[in-house]
Design a protein around this ligand. Structure first.
Ligand code: DGP
Length: 114
C-alpha cells in the first residue's frame, strides 16, 4: 500500500532501526518503546492485521513467529524472557493498520495483559 508507514519502512523508503530482514519479513525498533526492548516484526507484504491470516501463507505466518523468537535470541532475551503481542482492531487500540507483532522485553513485564 502506497501510504502505509510500515510498507514504506519495509521498502526502505523511510528510515528505521532495522534489526532483521529476509525475503518475507522485517523487524525494527518501535518508535515509542514501551520496554527496554521493543521490536516490531512485520510482513513485507501488506496485511491489515490478524483478521487477514486467512489470506496469508503458512510460510509467512510461521516466519513471523520464528522471527520473533530469532530476534529475541539475537537480543539475548531467550533466557530472561519476553512477550509478543499483536493488537487487532479498535478495542485493542491498533494504531497502524499493517499487521505487526510487538516483541517486548529487557525488564520484568506486568503480570497483567490489559
Ligand atoms: P499498535 O498500537 O499495535 O498499532 O502499534 C503501532 C506501533 O507502531 C506503536 O508502538 C508505534 C509504532 N510506530 C508508529 N509509527 C512508527 C514509525 O514510523 N516507525 C517506527 N519504528 N515505529 C512506529
Amino acid at each position: 500500500m502506497n501510504d502505509c508507514i510500515f510498507c514504506k519502512i519495509a521498502r526502505g523508503e523511510i528510515p528505521s532501526d532495522k534489526i532483521y530482514e529476509d525475503d518475507l519479513v522485517v523487524a525494527f525498533n518501535d518508535l515509542h518503546p514501551q520496554a527496554p526492548v521493543h521490536v516490531l516484526i512485520v510482513p513485507k507484504e501488506h496485511f491489515s492485521g490478524l483478521n487477514e491470516t486467512g489470506n496469508m501463507s503458512e510460510e509467512l505466518l510461521t516466519r513471523l513467529l520464528r522471527t520473533a523468537a530469532l530476534v529475541a535470541r539475537k537480543l539475548e532475551l531467550d533466557k530472561s524472557g519476553y512477550r509478543i503481542v499483536s493488537n487487532c482492531g479498535p478495542d485493542a487500540c491498533q494504531s497502524v493498520q499493517h499487521l505487526h507483532i510487538h516483541l517486548l522485553g529487557g525488564t520484568k513485564l506486568s503480570e497483567h495483559m490489559a
